[in-house]
Design a protein around this ligand. Sequence first.
Ligand code: URP
Ligand code: ZN
Ligand code: ZN
Length: 460
Amino acid sequence: MMNFDLVIHNGTIVSESGSQLADLGIKDGRIAAIGLNLTGKEVIDASGLLVIPGGVDPHVHLNMPTATTITSEDWFSGTLAAAYGGTTTILDFVEPLPGETLKEALQARKGEAAGQTWLDYGLHMTISDSEKIPEIKSLVEEGVSSFKIYTTYGDMQLNDYEIVAVLDAVKTINGIVMVHAENDAIVKHATRNLVKDEKLAAQWHPHSRPALAEVEAVQRMIYLARVSGANLYLVHLSTRGAVAAAGQALEQGQNLVAETCPQYLLLNRERYQNEDSEVAAGFVCSPPLRSPGDQQAIWHALRQKTVLSIGSDHCAFNIHTQKQAGLSDFRTIPGGIPGIELRYPLLYHFGVRSGMLSLEQWVTICSTNPAKSFGIWPQKGSLMVGADADLVLFDPAKEFSVNVENLHEKVDYTPYDNFTLIGFPVMTILKGKKLIENGVLRESVPTGTFLKCGSPIIPN
Ligand code: URP
Ligand code: ZN
Ligand code: ZN
């Protein structure tokens, strides 16, 4: 009988296909067996704990410059914070500078992460310049198969002709197009009216990006992707109309993955009405937080398996002084909110404990489906024999009080302040090695590496 390097004994092993009380054996950094009475050099008693695949966060922004500042979270701090919350793989973005080739931009981004990332990571390539479209195919061998486009956001925005060209190019390589979908004309129209009326405080931010802006752009992207036949990943869906459009497209057999984020499930637009405008600014993100009705519709879409992926869209800026510097005009408040650490536990507490999601659905949307969508499954997001032993021991009864002091994110606030969560990771294991144990970091240097992403497997 094989003697494993590490055995996780008697835990409830939860994967997309079911749950079982068993032992899990690890050898040479990989999952080597799931069975009973496994023996190993080290045995961890996981009685009463869930053994789950490490989280795969498909949507984070670390060390991301904007026109006026840079995210407060860097590779070192962000990947460590993720690990404390049970995420073991992240996918971030490359945003090429003018004059840089896509390959050059990729190398530069990998250079930033080298020696700084605690977790294995993959990269999506942003296409904001249609002249770069012919370079898309050159990235396949580099391990980049996902391409992000924007239908709004100034310089980042592509028009419909350019979007179709990206979709066609990505279809050729069997990759996936990610889209930030908001109708730019609607956003400009709403913003112009607010500016005319001198409604510039943070509380007006959600009015500048109406729900219909998202619904129109999501529906249009679905049609454009259908015409092209490309795989489509809709990032950060926030509205009832957008998830309804995604649901209809799925019914018609379209290859698409709809993502939402904890903030659109758990927070709503009331947050912008805080009389302290600095607090309100902490919630400025695009798309904005929506109505309780939208929240309910997205929960329903998760339960019905229309929304199949959870990204944090972690994009952290300190209130003091980054958000504060833009307070006089919502257009100048850096957009984005933090959430890399709590994505997995939030979905457990509010999804599983509430009875909205099964345990299996929870690990599927937070780990397996993001890994499938970006071609890193089953190496990541899976507990299959042969997969990387990226695991989390999760105590379903552990209480966690959310406040900045208890978190490891490098930012001076959390949108989930004062939440009390039941259920939290007690150990994060990376390729068979303990990284975090009972809140203590067990390794001394980050050893994460770049992950080559392949073609997506569209989950269902
Ligand atoms: O406001 C947000 N979400 N900022 C991050 C960039 C994006 O749009 O995903
Ligand atoms: Zn976005
Ligand atoms: Zn984002």
